[in-house]
Design a protein around this ligand. Structure first.
Ligand SMILES: Cc1cc2nc3c(=O)[nH]c(=O)nc-3n(C[C@H](O)[C@H](O)[C@H](O)COP(=O)(O)O)c2cc1C
Length: 197
C-alpha cells in the first residue's frame, strides 16, 4: 500500500472482500445433463472480470431440498439454503424454460425461503427455444411476491443459436453487453436495497 493510500484509508484487498456486495448466481435446473452450470460459469466469468462484487455460483442441487410439504421440514439443507440466501445481497437467476415456465426445482427453492429473499435485487439470464422469455416473465411475478426487485435488462439465450446440439454452450458475442448492463443494474439496486435491511 502506498503513502497516499494509507493516508486516505484506501481499503486493502481483504477489506474489499468484506465490504463488497455478495451476489449469488443461482442455477435454476437440477436434472442430470443440465446445461445451467455452463451458463452460470459464463456469467460468473464476465462478473468476476468487473471486480465490483463477490460473485458465487449457488447450485440448488447442493442443498438437497425436499419437495415442500412432503417432510417435517427438519432436513439440514433447508436451513443451509436460507443461510446461504441470507448471506447474499443480490442474485442472478439462471433460468431455463420448462413447459413455458420455470423449473419445479427453482419454484420449490423459491418457496423454501421468505425473509432471506426480501429487499434484494435480481437479474435474470434465461434460455430456451424463445430465449426462455416465458419462464423469465413467470419468475418476475414470483419476485414481486418475495419482494425481490428484478432489474429490466435480461439476456435471453437461444437453444438454437447459443448452443450446439442444445447441449454445448457457445454464446454469441452480442450477449456480453447485455450481461454487463444487467449486472450494472443488479449492483445499483442491491447497494440501494441494502440500506433498507
Ligand atoms: C420438462 C422439460 C420441458 C421443457 N419445456 C420447454 C418449453 O416449454 N420451452 C422451451 O423453450 N424449452 C423447453 N424445454 C427445453 C429446455 O429449455 C432445454 O432442455 C434446456 O437445456 C433445459 O435447461 P437445463 O439443461 O439447464 O435443464 C424443456 C425441457 C424439459 C426437460
Amino acid at each position: 500500500m502506498g503513502f497516499w493510500d494509507k493516508l486516505f484509508g484506501k481499503p486493502t484487498k481483504e477489506e474489499n472482500v468484506m465490504t463488497k456486495l455478495n451476489i449469488g448466481i443461482i442455477l435454476g435446473s437440477t436434472r442430470q445433463g443440465r446445461v445451467s452450470p455452463q451458463v452460470g460459469e459464463w456469467v460468473k466469468g464476465i462478473a468476476d472480470k468487473r471486480g465490483d462484487a463477490n460473485y458465487e455460483i449457488v447450485d440448488i442441487a447442493d442443498f438437497k431440498l425436499p419437495f415442500l410439504g412432503t417432510t417435517d421440514g427438519t432436513e439440514p439443507g433447508i436451513g443451509e439454503w436460507n443461510q446461504k440466501l441470507a448471506s447474499l445481497d443480490g442474485f442472478v437467476f439462471i433460468v431455463q424454460e420448462y413447459n413455458h415456465s420455470i423449473t419445479g426445482a427453482l419454484k420449490n427453492a423459491l418457496d423454501f425461503a421468505r425473509e432471506a429473499w426480501n429487499d434484494k435485487a435480481a437479474g435474470i439470464v434465461s434460455y430456451g427455444s424463445t430465449g426462455g422469455a416465458r419462464a423469465a416473465e413467470h419468475l418476475r411475478g414470483i419476485c414481486g411476491e418475495l419482494k425481490i426487485a428484478d432489474v429490466r435488462t435480461h439476456p435471453t439465450l437461444s437453444l438454437f443459436t447459443d448452443f450446439e446440439n442444445g447441449s454445448v454452450f457457445k454464446p454469441q458475442d452480442l450477449h456480453l453487453n447485455n450481461v454487463n448492463t444487467m449486472l450494472d443494474e443488479v449492483m445499483a439496486w442491491s447497494g440501494a436495497l441494502k440500506t433498507l435491511r
